[in-house]
Ligand binder design. Structure first.
Ligand code: NDP
Length: 234
C-alpha cells in the first residue's frame, strides 16, 4: 500500500536518505526544502518550519497532491555551536525554535488529520547529543532532549487514536552538518564510537522506515539510538 509520507528538510542529508527509503518502499513521498533547489525526484514544497503559516501552506499542498499525511518525519534541524559564555540568546532560541518548536508546528498540523483517520506515524529526529550532552552544543542538546519529552507526551496523548510517536537518536552521520567539523574533532569522535566510524544517512533512514512499518505497530514513545554504540547507557 502506498502511503502519504512527508519528510521535513528532505532536500539533503539524512532527510533526503529518509525520503529515498520510503520511495523505494513504494510510498508517495513529499519533502520540504527551505533554500536552494528542490530535489528533482520528489514532490517538494518550500517551507521554513519556523513559520506556522508556511507549515500550514506546505501541508495543504501535500494534501492536495498525495492526500493527508499518514507518516510524518520531523527531520529539519540546525546547529549553532558555541560555549555557553559566548552563546547569545539568539543562538539559543533560534536553534530551539527550529529543532523543537519546528517539530511542534509540523506535528500539530499533521496530527489533526491523523486523529480524524485514527491512524498515523510520527518520527522525530533527535540526536545522541540530546541524551549524553556535548560541550559547545547546549542549545542543540536542549532542543534534541526536548523532542524526547515532546514525543513521549504525544505517545500517551495520541496512542488511543492509533498514532505512534517515536524518536530516532542518530550518532554522527556523514552530512553537511558534520562536514564542518575539523579532522581532529572527527578523529576524537570516531575514537569514542564502538563501531569506529560515522553512519551513512541511509543507516538512519532504514530505522525510520522500520518505525513507520506494520512490524513496528506496537512501538511508541521509544527513543531508538542509531549511533554505533556512542551513547550506550543514556
Ligand atoms: P543538514 O544540515 O545536512 O540538513 C538540514 C536540513 O534541515 C536541510 O534540509 C535544511 O534545509 C533543513 N532545515 C534547517 N532549518 C530549517 C528550517 N528553519 N525550516 C525548514 N528546514 C530547515 O543536516 P543533517 O541531514 O545532518 O541532519 C538532519 C537531522 O538529523 C537534523 O535534525 C539533525 O539535527 C539530526 N542529526 C544529525 C546528525 C549528524 O551527524 N549529521 C546526528 C544526529 C542528529 P536547507 O537545505 O534549506 O538549509
Amino acid at each position: 500500500m502506498s502511503r502519504s509520507v512527508l519528510v521535513t528538510g528532505g532536500n539533503r542529508g539524512i532527510g533526503l536518505a529518509i525520503a529515498r527509503a520510503f520511495a523505494e518502499a513504494g510510498d508517495k513521498v513529499a519533502v520540504t526544502y527551505r533554500s536552494g533547489e528542490p530535489p528533482a525526484d520528489f514532490f517538494a514544497v518550500k517551507c521554513d518550519i519556523t513559520d506556522a503559516a508556511q507549515v500550514d501552506q506546505a501541508f495543504k499542498e501535500v494534501e492536495a497532491e498525495h492526500g493527508p499525511v499518514e507518516i510524518l518525519v520531523a527531520n529539519a534541524g540546525v546547529t549553532r555551536d558555541t560555549l555557553l559564555l559566548r552563546m547569545s540568546e539568539e543562538d539559543f532560541t533560534s536553534v530551539v525554535d527550529t529543532n523543537l518548536t519546528g517539530a511542534f508546528r509540523v506535528v500539530k498540523r499533521a496530527s489533526k488529520l491523523m486523529m480524524r483517520a485514527r491512524t498515523g506515524r510520527v518520527v522525530l529526529i533527535s540526536s545522541v547529543v540530546g541524551l549524553s550532552g556535548s560541550p559547545g552544543q547546549s542549545n542543540y542538546a536542549a532542543s534534541k532532549a526536548g523532542l524526547v519529552g515532546f514525543a513521549r507526551s504525544l505517545a500517551r496523548e495520541l496512542g488511543p487514536r492509533n498514532i505512534t510517536v517515536n524518536v530516532v537518536a542518530p550518532g554522527f552521520v556523514d552530512t553537511d552538518m558534520t562536514a564542518v567539523l575539523s579532522d581532529e574533532r572527527r578523529a576524537e569522535i570516531v575514537a569514542g564510537v564502538p563501531l569506529g566510524r560515522y553512519a551513512a544517512p541511509a543507516e538512519i533512514a532504514s530505522t525510520v522506515r522500520f518505525l513507520a512499518s506494520d512490524e513496528a505497530a506496537y512501538i511508541t514513545g521509544a527513543v531508538i539510538p542509531v549511533d554505533g554504540g556512542l551513547g550506550m547507557g543514556h
